[in-house]
Write a protein that binds this ligand. Structure first.
Ligand code: FAD
Length: 428
C-alpha cells in the first residue's frame, strides 16, 4: 500500500457499530480526520437492537466457577437460555474450551478487575459524549432490578453478587414487597431480588448510533458505505476497489472482525453469541403500570427494558455462527420470560410487536481486545465487547483515541491481544 501520510493524518475506522462510531467520535473530538467504513448504514449490527443498559456494575465475567457445569446442563435442552446448535458444536469447541480454562477463581478475579477499570468510568464518559452530541435526552437514570424466584435462587448467584460487592458495586437486596415497590405489576413468580442503583440506560440504542453519525458528519467525518476487503499493516485499507491510506486504522467490525484479521496471520477465538429481542409497542406491563426501568430475570437472564418505542425484551445466547437463520424457539423463550415476569400485561403493545436477532462479538474471557496489534503498530483493535458493547464503547473510544494520539494509556495493557486469558495465536 502507498506511503502513510504524516503523523496526525486521517484514521480509518472499520465498522459503524457503536464501538466504531464511539472511537471515531473520540478521535474527531481531538481534531483528527476520520473515515468510517461499513457496508451497512450506521448502527445496523449488534448495536441496532441491544437492551440499552449501561451496566457499569457488570464486573462479573461470563466464565465463573461452575459456569461450565451449568452450561453443559443447558446443552441438553433446546429451550435453555444458552444453546449451541448441534451443527455448530465443533466450530464452537475452541471457544468453549478456552471459556472453561478461564473460569477458575484466580482468573475470574483478574478479569473482574479489568472489567471494573473499563466499566467504572461508564456514566461520566457517556454523559460527556451525549452532552457533546446534544443527545442527553437518550439517557435514563433507571437503576437495574434483578428478580429471582426465591432467596435460594438468588443465593445460587451468590458468587457474582459477592464479587460485585467486593469490587465496590452498590446493590440493595429486596424481598417481594421491595420488588413491587420498585416495579408494580411484577408477577408472583418472583419473590426476591437485587437492585443496582447506579446502572443507567439508553432509551434508543439505534437512535444513539444515528445521532453519533450525524454529529460526526457535522465534524467533517467521511462515511464510506462499502465493506473493507483487506487491511494493510501501514493503516491503509482496501475498499470499493480503492486503497485508502491513513496514519492508523481501527478494526471495530464486531463479530466479523476475524474475517479481516485472519489474512494477517492472527487467530482469536471470537464467536458470535446470537441474541434476540421482541419489542412491544407499549410501555405498559400491567393495567395502568408502565415499566419503570430494566428488569432482569434471574432464571432466564432476559432484560425487559423500557425503550422510547415500547418495552423491549432481549437476551438469550445461541452459538450458531454468523449465517444461520434466527431460531423460532429463542423468540418463544423471550415471550415466555416476559409473560412470567408480567402476567397482567395482556394485549397492550402485543399487536405492534417487532422481532430481531443480532451478533454479540464475544471472547471467552469476556474482555474486548483493545490496542495496537503485535507487529502491526498502525493497526488498532477495538472488538469483542460481547454483552457490554454499548456500556463500554464511550470509554473504549476515549482510551483508543488518546493512545492513537500518542498519549500513554496504561489501562490498555490488560486488554491486549496477547493477554494469556484470551488464547490468541499466530497462524503457522
Ligand atoms: C440481544 C442483545 C442485547 C444486548 N444488550 C446490551 C446491553 O444492554 N448493554 C450493552 O452494553 N450491550 C448490550 N449488547 C451488546 C452490544 O450490542 C454489542 O456488544 C455492541 O453492539 C457491539 O458493537 P460493535 O460496534 O462492536 O458491533 P456491531 O454493532 O455489530 O458493528 C459492527 C459493524 O461492523 C460492520 N462490518 C463487518 N464487517 C465489515 C467489513 N469487512 N468492513 C466494514 N464494516 C464491517 C458490520 O456491518 C457492523 O455494522 C447486547 C447485544 C444483544 C445481541
Amino acid at each position: 500500500m502507498s506511503a502513510p501520510p504524516p503523523a496526525g493524518g486521517p484514521v480509518n475506522i472499520v465498522g459503524a457499530g457503536i464501538v466504531g462510531l464511539s472511537v471515531a467520535w473520540a478521535l474527531a473530538s481531538r481534531g483528527r480526520a476520520v473515515r468510517v467504513f461499513d457496508a451497512q448504514p450506521p448502527g445496523a449490527g449488534a448495536s441496532f437492537g441491544n437492551s440499552g443498559s449501561l451496566s457499569s456494575g457488570s464486573v462479573v465475567p461470563l466464565a465463573v466457577p461452575g459456569a461450565a457445569r451449568a452450561g453443559l446442563k443447558m446443552l441438553g435442552s433446546p429451550d435453555a437460555p444458552l444453546v449451541v446448535r448441534r451443527r455448530y458444536l465443533l466450530r464452537a469447541l475452541p471457544w468453549l474450551r478456552q471459556f472453561v480454562r478461564v473460569s477458575d477463581e484466580a482468573t475470574v478475579r483478574q478479569v473482574a478487575d479489568a472489567l471494573l477499570a473499563i466499566l467504572s468510568p461508564t456514566l461520566p464518559a457517556w454523559e460527556a459524549v451525549l452532552g457533546a452530541i446534544d443527545a442527553r435526552d437518550l439517557l435514563a437514570h433507571t437503576g437495574q432490578l434483578h428478580v429471582y424466584a426465591s432467596r435460594q435462587a438468588l443465593a445460587a448467584d451468590g458468587f457474582a453478587w459477592r464479587l460485585r460487592a467486593d469490587l465496590g458495586v452498590r446493590s440493595e437486596a429486596l424481598d417481594r414487597d421491595g420488588l413491587l415497590a420498585r416495579q408494580p405489576g411484577l408477577g408472583p413468580a418472583y419473590t426476591a431480588g437485587m437492585f443496582l442503583p447506579e446502572a443507567a440506560a439508553i432509551t434508543d440504542p439505534h437512535g444513539l448510533c444515528l445521532r453519533l453519525a450525524q454529529a460526526l458528519r457535522q465534524r467533517g467525518a467521511e462515511f464510506i458505505q462499502a465493506p473493507v476487503d483487506a487491511l494493510g499493516a501501514d493503516g491503509g485499507l482496501q475498499a470499493a476497489g480503492r486503497t485508502f491510506p491513513a496514519q492508523a486504522c481501527v478494526l471495530a467490525a464486531g463479530a466479523w472482525s476475524m474475517d479481516l484479521l485472519r489474512p494477517l496471520g492472527l487467530r482469536v477465538p471470537l464467536e458470535s453469541q446470537r441474541g434476540y429481542h421482541l419489542q412491544r409497542s407499549s410501555l405498559e406491563v400491567a393495567p395502568g403500570e408502565p415499566l419503570r426501568g430494566p428488569v432482569v430475570t434471574g432464571d432466564t437472564k432476559v432484560f425487559i427494558v423500557p425503550m422510547r418505542a415500547g418495552v423491549r425484551c432481549g437476551g438469550t445466547v445461541e452459538f450458531a455462527g454468523l449465517r444461520a437463520d434466527p431460531g423460532e424457539r429463542r423468540f418463544a423463550l423471550l415471550q415466555a420470560s416476559f409473560e412470567r415476569a408480567f402476567p397482567q400485561a395482556g394485549e397492550a403493545g402485543a399487536a405492534g410487536q417487532t422481532r430481531w436477532m443480532g451478533h454479540r462479538p464475544c471472547l471467552p474471557d469476556t474482555l474486548p481486545v483493545l490496542g495496537p496489534l503485535p507487529g502491526l503498530p498502525a493497526l488498532w483493535a477495538a472488538f469483542g465487547h460481547g454483552h457490554l458493547g454499548l456500556t463500554m464503547s464511550a470509554v473504549t473510544g476515549q482510551w483508543l483515541a488518546e493512545a492513537i494520539c500518542g498519549r500513554a494509556v496504561p489501562e490498555l495493557a490488560r486488554f491486549g491481544i496477547q493477554r494469556p486469558s484470551l488464547g490468541a495465536r499466530r497462524a503457522a
